[in-house]
Ligand binder design. Sequence first.
Ligand SMILES: *[C@@H]1O[C@H](CO)[C@@H](O)[C@H](O)[C@H]1NC(C)=O
Ligand SMILES: *[C@@H]1O[C@H](CO)[C@@H](O)[C@H](O)[C@H]1NC(C)=O
Ligand SMILES: *[C@@H]1O[C@H](CO)[C@@H](O)[C@H](O)[C@H]1NC(C)=O
Ligand SMILES: *[C@@H]1O[C@H](CO)[C@@H](O)[C@H](O)[C@H]1NC(C)=O
Ligand SMILES: *[C@@H]1O[C@H](CO)[C@@H](O)[C@H](O)[C@H]1NC(C)=O
Ligand SMILES: *[C@@H]1O[C@H](CO)[C@@H](O)[C@H](O)[C@H]1NC(C)=O
Ligand SMILES: *[C@@H]1O[C@H](CO)[C@@H](O)[C@H](O)[C@H]1NC(C)=O
Ligand SMILES: *[C@@H]1O[C@H](CO)[C@@H](O)[C@H](O)[C@H]1NC(C)=O
Ligand SMILES: *[C@@H]1O[C@H](CO)[C@@H](O)[C@H](O)[C@H]1NC(C)=O
Ligand SMILES: *[C@@H]1O[C@H](CO)[C@@H](O)[C@H](O)[C@H]1NC(C)=O
Length: 609
Amino acid sequence: MFKGTAAHLCLYWRAVYLLAAGVALPSETLWLCPPPCRCNAAVLEANCSGAQLGVIPNGLPQDAELLNLTQNAIRTLVNQQFHTLTQLLHLDLSDNLLTLIEVEAFFGLQNLLTLNLSYNHLTIISVGVFAGLTNLQLLDISSNKILVFLDFTFRDLASLEVFLADDNDIVFISNQALAGLSRLQMLDLDGCNLTAVPTEALTHLSVLKSLHVHQLGLKTLPNYSFHSLLHLKELVITHFTRLETLSGNSLFGLNLTSLTIKHCNLNEVPYTALHHLVYLVSIDLSFNPITYIHGNLLGDLLRLQEFHLVGGSLVNIEIGAFKGLGFLRLLNVSRNLLTTLEVGSFHSVDTLKSLGLDDNPLACDCRLLWVAQRRLSVDFGRRPPTCMTSTKLQGWSLLEFSEEELQSLLTCRQARIVDRRSQDVKVDQGHSVAFYCSAQGDPQPSVIWLNPQLRQVSPVGRIRALSNGSLEVRYAQPHDSGMYMCVASNAAGNESLRVSLHVQALPSPSKKRFRLKSWLTFPSSPPGGDRNETLPFDVKTLLIAATIGFLSFFGSVSVCFIFMFFWSKGKGQIKHTATIEYVPRSAMNKSNTGTSNYMETSRFTMKLI
Ligand SMILES: *[C@@H]1O[C@H](CO)[C@@H](O)[C@H](O)[C@H]1NC(C)=O
Ligand SMILES: *[C@@H]1O[C@H](CO)[C@@H](O)[C@H](O)[C@H]1NC(C)=O
Ligand SMILES: *[C@@H]1O[C@H](CO)[C@@H](O)[C@H](O)[C@H]1NC(C)=O
Ligand SMILES: *[C@@H]1O[C@H](CO)[C@@H](O)[C@H](O)[C@H]1NC(C)=O
Ligand SMILES: *[C@@H]1O[C@H](CO)[C@@H](O)[C@H](O)[C@H]1NC(C)=O
Ligand SMILES: *[C@@H]1O[C@H](CO)[C@@H](O)[C@H](O)[C@H]1NC(C)=O
Ligand SMILES: *[C@@H]1O[C@H](CO)[C@@H](O)[C@H](O)[C@H]1NC(C)=O
Ligand SMILES: *[C@@H]1O[C@H](CO)[C@@H](O)[C@H](O)[C@H]1NC(C)=O
Ligand SMILES: *[C@@H]1O[C@H](CO)[C@@H](O)[C@H](O)[C@H]1NC(C)=O
Ligand SMILES: *[C@@H]1O[C@H](CO)[C@@H](O)[C@H](O)[C@H]1NC(C)=O
């Protein structure tokens, strides 16, 4: 009765208003609308937000397309709560006190496209709550206190494309929980407290394009974690604070264009796991304690355009680190421990449009000249790269030098080998030799040794390059002879020094018996050494020596035996048995009485032949 009167009054006033003003309808037209909601017939919207409602008001306009109930105090939704609002497209119930949603609460909302249930107090969602929402495309249940996703909870949401479930307390997602979400494209599980990757549950999401996961207590991402997500393009993993490694096949099956693994505990770029992601455009490994980007290991990512590693522990980006990445447009390595970034790390610096290098202890020398020279064409972000380690330029921004200053300030001193005296060494086989090579320059040069075959000598093995620049040859062999070369190099150039080694072979064993010394040196040669080294004597010699030795031994024994035989014959009568008596030690210690008893038993007879 009252409602009818109100409606008539409304119509009356609207007519009066229209007559009086003679203009088009104002945006806030009057419409059947329960107080304290504000309804707008022009956009078919019922705005009941912020009205301290404890329950859903009755009498909402039946042709409303948007019902906004946010910021109220609604606690429960009953069965078929909205069954009259069949035209509803958008329902916003966020920021209420919802703890209970009855089964089929949304029944009848077959046109609903978006449902926002975020910022409530839900701890569980029963199977059947979403029954009837056959056209729902977006569901937001983020910022609740949901603990588990039960089997088939979302099976009615066959049209769902976006599912936001971040910031809950989810500890478990059962294997069939996501069954039925056959059109889901985006799943956000940020801020959940899962203990394992829900690999099995994810297999239902065959068209998923974007996945965000957050807070997992894993140390290693297992193999085949996401194997069923063939259409996934974006994977975001954050705050797996214990995650140290990615298994080689952990990203198997994925064909990503964007990968983020942030705020984890990775100490190395997961080269092996990334290797097959040839369509990757952007990678973000920020806030991981990664110390190196090694050379020549990212070349498979040939379409990569962006590489972010902000806030890591990078001390070195090796030469060739981005080799093969011909489209790299952005590199952000700000807030690391880099002293330099060399041109040689890139495939080509001409593609680079954006470079974050601030907050690194940069040594401003010729290696960073290329950076300074690109101050107009490259975006360095808001904080410019600043010189830290060189005393004369301390605190200067790399971008504020003029062209002339650059050439005179950002300089290097070419590597120089300090002591160039000739080192020609002749030694006998089996001895050890050391060659010296120490270098100076700015930046401090690196020293490598090349063997006579011009291969680099490794820091381990019988022949090894020591960290102080020396070359050590242990247990020298004739085939070690030749010219060795020390190469000292830095960004400004290189210098080399040749030394020669001549190893005198030991006299051949066919002329003279091998010496004891050879026996001693051979087994003591190091296990890491050259395994193919020739023995100090050959096998034939060894066999001959053994044969001679055996024959002479056999001869002496035979002579001795024959002599003894004839001697014993000459002696005549011999007793062929011997009786030996003994007193066991323990018995003697025990007591002095009864010794005779033992004498009786402790006796045996031996037959002599
Ligand atoms: C809904 O009502 C609230 C409170 O009156 C108001 O602040 C808000 O702007 C309204 N929203 C829309 C979309 O009209
Ligand atoms: C509901 O109203 C609030 C406050 O007026 C607004 O911020 C929010 O965007 C509205 N929701 C929808 C779905 O329009
Ligand atoms: C749901 O509502 C919350 C709070 O009102 C809002 O922050 C969020 O953006 C909404 N979700 C969507 C998908 O619009
Ligand atoms: C996750 O679990 C830890 C303890 O296991 C708890 O301290 C933390 O608050 C939880 N985080 C969330 C977002 O539920
Ligand atoms: C994961 O796969 C890699 C590559 O096939 C394999 O080497 C590794 O042992 C596997 N790890 C586990 C834990 O199965
Ligand atoms: C991988 O994704 C790219 C585009 O992102 C697509 O062109 C390519 O066909 C996909 N490859 C496979 C094997 O699905
Ligand atoms: C690098 O990342 C940091 C942190 O996200 C950001 O503030 C900065 O602007 C970025 N720099 C560039 C050049 O994109
Ligand atoms: C280099 O180190 C080795 C062993 O560490 C030492 O024997 C050698 O004398 C050192 N050489 C120089 C030039 O210091
Ligand atoms: C040393 O420098 C020359 C040119 O200055 C270069 O051709 C050569 O490859 C360099 N050698 C090494 C080992 O870096
Ligand atoms: C050992 O030397 C022989 C010939 O000198 C060569 O054929 C063989 O490959 C070498 N073996 C190893 C393990 O280097």
